[in-house]
Design a binder for this molecule. Structure first.
Ligand SMILES: NC(=O)c1ccc[n+]([C@@H]2O[C@H](COP(=O)([O-])OP(=O)(O)OC[C@H]3O[C@@H](n4cnc5c(N)ncnc54)[C@H](OP(=O)(O)O)[C@@H]3O)[C@@H](O)[C@H]2O)c1
Length: 228
């Protein structure tokens, strides 16, 4: 059984990932910024520990690492994310620069903060995997000029994780980024293609297949290779 740490675990795709891993008997370290408001998370049965962390706050991430000191983390899933400013405030003509910076804090810097703080926990695992939920919108190969703050934050994230895979792979830590599909969550909206359950099931299967041979992959939730 694995220890699986998930950020943004209180709703959306993160919550479904918690349910799936808990269902199969793994221990889930379910991280969210407001545990007192995480009522859906409290209802999940199984070995679920709800932990507080504000992923964009270095002190909060360090406190999480202290809480987890000495415990292996087999799968770290950086899932928390934000769309950033309203669409009319993140385009080629008009940019909310403060909002863009916040978007980078949450989508780009936070996964790295969490990864670095929990590196001892990953290294304590026999089969450590570092997974980050990205978006197809971060792919340089996708020509869709919308949500410039969000897209650029995921593109930078992808580049970091692609490089990190080269170094961490040598230490036995396998790394991937996964596009979860267009998903019916608060972020994706009700008209999106797939349910959070469908997305999370695909993500779990895809993570199961992560190993040294495919370290450094960019996949869709179906486990298909995605262009960078
Ligand atoms: N839904 C889609 O169609 C879609 C498509 C491509 C990629 N993604 C990616 O999939 C991941 C999960 O998205 P989702 O659809 O499940 O989104 P969601 O339903 O909007 O949930 C977002 C999660 O991230 C957390 N979060 C947001 N801003 C945060 C911040 N500033 N600090 C800490 N936590 C924060 C939220 O916590 P609070 O509840 O505390 O706000 C929540 O747990 C994200 O990385 C997103 O970019 C989603």
């Amino acid at each position: 059984m694995a220890n699986v740490l998930i950020t943004g675990a209180n709703r959306g795709i993160g919550l479904e990932l918690v349910k799936l891993y808990a269902d199969r008997g793994d221990t889930v370290l379910a991280c969210c910024r407001n545990p007192s408001e995480a009522s859906a998370l409290e209802k999940v049965s199984g070995a679920v520990e709800v932990l507080e962390v504000q992923v964009s706050d270095g002190a909060s991430v360090a406190a999480l690492a202290r809480t987890l000191a000495g415990r292996p983390v087999d799968i770290l899933i950086n899932n928390a994310g934000t769309m950033g400013p309203a669409p009319e405030r993140q385009n080629v003509q008009s940019m909310d620069f403060e909002g863009w910076a916040e978007t980078f804090e949450v989508n780009t810097l936070a996964p790295v903060r969490v990864m670095q703080a929990l590196m001892p926990n990953l290294k304590a695992s026999g089969d450590p995997r570092l997974v980050t939920i990205t978006s197809q919108m971060g792919a340089l190969s996708l020509d869709m000029p919308v949500a410039y703050a969000y897209c650029s934050s995921k593109a930078a994230l992808n580049k970091f994780m692609k490089m990190a895979a080269l170094e961490l792979g040598r230490e036995g830590i396998n790394v991937c980024v996964i596009h979860p599909g267009w998903v019916q969550t608060d972020m994706g909206g009700p008209n999106a293609d797939i349910t959070p359950r469908e997305s999370a099931e695909g993500i779990v299967r895809t993570i199961d297949g992560l190993n040294a041979d495919n370290n450094g992959s960019f996949w869709t939730w179906k486990g298909e290779v995605h262009g960078w």
